[in-house]
Every structure is written in C-alpha cells, then in structure tokens.
Design a protein around this ligand. Structure first.
Ligand code: MSP
Length: 529
C-alpha cells in the first residue's frame, strides 16, 4: 500500500526577536502530530521556518547597527537551534530571504498580475504599523482607532498599491466554508472568519519605500511585495518542486488566532486565484486551518513591559529541571489548543509533572518492572495457562489496549493531542487499578499462584508497552529508555504503530530491567528564579 502523503505547517516566525514559548508551542504540537502520523505509516512533510522581510526586522537590526540580513541570520539560527534542542523533526526550515522562496514568489505574483487578480490602484486606510496590517474601516472604529494587538494608535496612510482582487472571491470562499465544515477549526474561529469574509474588500499587497529588504513586485522596482503575501507563499514555495509537489495540499496549517484573517481569508483566496491559471491546476486549497489560542503567563498576558515572557532562558530551565519530555508533555496536554487561552504557571507545571509523569507513567512502569525483576528474575512471564489467555477480574486486556490505541488515533486525526495522550494515560491508570485489585505482591507469597501471577504481570507489562507506543511522539526520550528496559528494539521510523500495538508483542522470556523514568523533584527549588 503506498503511503498516504500528509503535509503540516507552522506559521513562519518573525525574526525581529528571539523565539519564545508561543513559537515553540505551535511547532511542538505540529511535531507531536507529525511523529504520530509518520508512526502510523503516513508520508509526512512537516514545515516550519522564518518570516524575514518585515519592516520591524529592518528596524530591530538598525538599532543594533546590523543589516537586516545579519539580524535575520542570527535570529533564524536561534529558531533552528531551539527547535533542534526541543526535538522537532521538521523536514525543512524555510527562510523567506532564501533564493528558492524569492524566485517562486516572483513567479506567482507575475502570474497573478498577468491574470488581473493583482492590479495597480490607490489605497487609503487605517494602518497598524507594528503589525504591518491595514485595518478595515468598519473595524478601525470598533477598535477606537487603536491597534487591537498593541493598543498603539492606528495611522492614516495613503499609497499607490498593487491590490489583490479579494472581493471577487468572497462568494467562492463562503461556498467553500459551506461545503467543508472543518475547513477552519475550532468552531469559534470558523464563525469569526466567516463573519469577516462577508465584507472583504480588495487588499493591498505591495508597499513602497521599503528599501532593498523584501521581494520586488515583478516589473515595478518601486514596489515591494507586502510581507504577508510573501510569507503566506512559503507553504507553497517549499514544496513547489518536482520531488515535493505530491505533498500539496496541506492537511493542516497550524496557527494561532492572531493571524486568522490572513490564513482563513486571504490565503485560500490567493490559492483560488492561482489555481485558475495554466500550470497551477494542482494548487488546491489546504484541507484544514487550525487556529489555537494563546499562552498567557502566571495569569497575565505575556509582554515585554511585564518581563513575563516564557523565553529561551525559562524554557531551558524547565527542560533542565524536569526533562525535555516533560516540557513537550506539558505543552501538548495543557496548551491552548482550543478556543480558550491557557495559563503557563510554574506551580501547575510542577503539579502535572507529579500527577501524570511521576505518579502515573513513571510509577506504573517502575512497579511492573520491579515485580517482574523480583518474582521472575527479570524474565517476562507468559500470560498463557495451558495455551489460553488468563482473564482475571473481568479485565479483557487485548480489548482495552486496542480501544486505547484506536481512541488515540482518532483523536490525533482531529488534532486532539490531549485526547490522544489521555488515552495512553487512561490505559496506564487501568494497569494500576488492575494491580490494586489483583494484588500480585500477595499472590507472590503463594507458590500455587505462580502461573496466575505471571499472567497478571505479563498483562501489566504488555499494556504499559502499548501505552508507551502512543506516548512516543510526545516523549521520545523517555519511551526510548523504557523500551530499552523492556528489552524491545522499536524503531518508529521503520515500524508502524498499528503492527506494534497488536496484543502479544512482549515475548515471554525477554529480559526486563527495573526502571525509574521520572525522578521526584522538590518544590519550590524547581520553581524558576
Ligand atoms: N510572521 C507571521 C506569520 C506568517 S505565517 C505565513 C507571524 N509571526 S510571529 O512570529 O508573530 O508568530 C505568530 C505565531 O506564533 C502565532 O500564530 C502562534 O503560532 C505563535 N504564538 C506567538 N505568541 C503566542 C502565544 N502567546 N501563545 C501561543 N502561540 C503564540 O505572525
């Protein structure tokens, strides 16, 4: 069976400053999803990168006496470094200042100019300088002529501009939303964007006076392509090669709610415009846009003035103290994936570590491996008595394990990371309940119960093994260590979750070692300074 291709993207991040938890969050949830889907046998292409041609990059560079390119290089390197540090498995890292991107953007804009979907006109409107975004007249009043993001006054701006004929695509866009219920998720974001599309006007896609930082409008050196249009094209430029075109269209564009307008309205309309042109028929619309909410920090919006950003130093602290896998686990299970913001609080982080990892995953793995070590000298026992599986206390383990994996797979399809991970934790809690009910430590004292004891411990370790497969995408290091302790050679790059998850994978006789996965950590010593 040929592998089903599947393309997932993060926003490309501005390089005017260093990365923080927001950037790391979106990229981490994509990484967990990408790993999971690869493990399910999909041919995944996972893209992240940096958006470099913003005016604020030029300004930030100038403040430091650097060229925009130098400053962009430094910050792009910081993004790449933190993504590597945090275990991201992106297949490429696009930088919009790269030649491969610039050439393709020029080609697309040229095609749109020729088709008339991009035209030269006059523009006057309310401009949010920090966000580099025009605010529609109807919205500007509603916002009291202040930036909805920074609160700074909007400025009145007039310029000769190239426009994209967005108004032409209103009906087609609304029709697409009508036909594809899950085109934009969650539901709250879908409703928000539909309401805005209803009065979408043509949008300017160029600006003048940008110096030499940016991509020129083809045939008109006075104009630079507006950074947002340049940036959106990254999703296409990166895979617009003979080898990669098969990945198009994306299964998921992951973003946060701050950039919904560009991704939920302008981007699909641009794709519709391009798709009409000869040679671009393959450029269908992405399947889903998922716009999550925001992390706040200890109950407050993260801001420079409050100095409460979960920045690179804070991230490093959490990774050092609690492990990389706990960091990933926290982001994946406690983050603002839905329509509400999530609070990053040190005390909550500590509590989740204790409850889920120390007391649940770690404790169960340690209990089960300790008992096999103690009662069976570390050799995995068999669950078969006279050739048949022992069912104790009404626990039908093969069914429970298969259900947990099935639930996890369905949840991941719907980008419900907490649901998928929760299914694995529920399976582990079930093992704990089973141990409490069957009391193997008591059976161990009765020589006549030895086979029953073996069968029970087999079922425990096998269920833990299957739960660990589901946990691998979020906790690759710890599950790798667990597999070593269980004497398993598992390679998620070569093997498939569905094959490995079949009940009975643990071979009786396999040597198991006792393992402590998540050490207890003292509070408040663990709290960040
Ligand atoms: N460069 C544009 C995106 C262009 S995509 C074609 C941009 N960059 S950004 O650096 O500001 O990154 C915005 C994205 O970072 C958000 O959409 C989100 O993915 C992530 N986050 C930034 N702050 C965040 C939080 N506080 N919480 C969660 N994610 C947030 O916009």
């Amino acid at each position: 069976m040929p592998d089903e291709t599947c393309y997932i993207t993060t926003p490309i991040y501005y390089v005017n400053d260093k990365p923080h938890i927001g950037h790391v969050y979106t990229t981490t949830v994509c990484d967990v999803w990408a790993r999971f889907m690869r493990f399910c046998g999909r041919d995944v292409f996972f893209l992240t990168g940096t958006d470099e041609h913003a005016a604020k990059v030029v300004d930030a560079a100038a403040e430091r006496g650097l060229t925009a390119q130098e400053w962009a290089d430094q910050n792009a390197a910081a993004f790449e470094a933190i993504f590597r540090r945090l275990g991201m498995t992106n297949d490429d890292f696009i930088r919009t200042s790269q030649q491969r991107h610039r050439e393709k953007v020029t080609e697309y804009v040229k095609a749109l100019l020729e088709s008339g979907d991009v035209y030269l006109g006059d523009y006057e409107g309310w401009y949010d300088a920090d966000q580099e975004e025009y605010i529609p007249a109807s919205k500007a009043g509603e916002y009291d002529y202040q930036s909805p993001i920074t609160g700074k006054p909007l400025v009145r701006k007039t310029e000769k501009n190239y426009f994209f004929r967005l108004s032409e695509y209103r009906e087609a866009l609304l029709g697409h939303f009508e036909e594809h219920g899950a085109f934009v998720l969650p539901e709250a974001r879908r409703n928000e964007i539909i309401a805005r599309i209803k009065d979408a006007e043509d949008v300017p896609i160029s600006r003048t006076g940008a110096g030499d930082w940016g991509i020129r409008v083809p045939g008109d050196d006075e104009h630079t392509i507006y950074v947002w249009i340049d940036a959106l094209f990254n999703y296409l430029t990166t895979v617009d090669t003979a080898e990669r075109r098969r990945y198009w269209p994306p299964a998921y564009h992951l973003i946060a709610k701050d950039i919904l307008w560009f991704h939920g309205c302008i981007w699909p309309a641009v794709l519709m415009a391009l798709r009409k042109l000869p040679g671009y028929e393959w450029v269908g619309l992405f399947e889903r846009l998922y716009a999550h909410s925001f992390w706040i920090s200890e109950g407050q919006k993260m801001s420079k003035s409050l100095g409460n950003f979960i920045d690179l130093a804070a991230i490093e602290h959490y990774v050092e103290v609690y492990s990389l896998d706990m960091w990933r686990y926290f982001l994946a299970t406690q983050g603002p994936l839905g329509a509400t913001d999530a609070d990053f609080a040190a005390a909550h982080f500590h509590e989740v570590y204790n409850t889920d990892l120390v007391n649940t995953v770690g404790n169960c793995a340690s209990r089960v491996t300790a008992m096999i070590s103690k009662y069976f000298e570390g050799a995995t026992p068999t669950e078969l008595l006279a050739g048949s599986r022992l069912v104790v206390g009404g626990y039908d383990w093969p069914v429970s394990a298969a259900e947990a994996v099935g639930t996890a797979m369905r949840a991941m399809e719907a980008f419900d990371l907490p649901g998928a991970i929760g299914a694995a934790l529920a399976l582990i809690r079930r093992v704990d309940g089973f141990i409490n009910q069957t009391e193997p430590f008591k059976l161990a004292k009765d020589e006549t119960k030895r086979e029953e004891l073996g069968a029970i411990l087999y079922q425990c370790v096998e269920a833990v093994r299957i739960a660990s497969l589901v946990l691998w995408p979020v906790m690759p290091e710890k599950t790798g260590r667990l597999w070593e302790a269980l004497g398993l050679e598992i390679d998620p790059a070569r093997q498939r979750l569905s094959d490995l998850a079949d009940w009975g994978g643990m071979q009786p006789g396999t040597k198991v070692e006792q393992i402590a996965l998540f050490p207890r950590i003292d509070w408040p010593q663990a709290a960040p300074a």
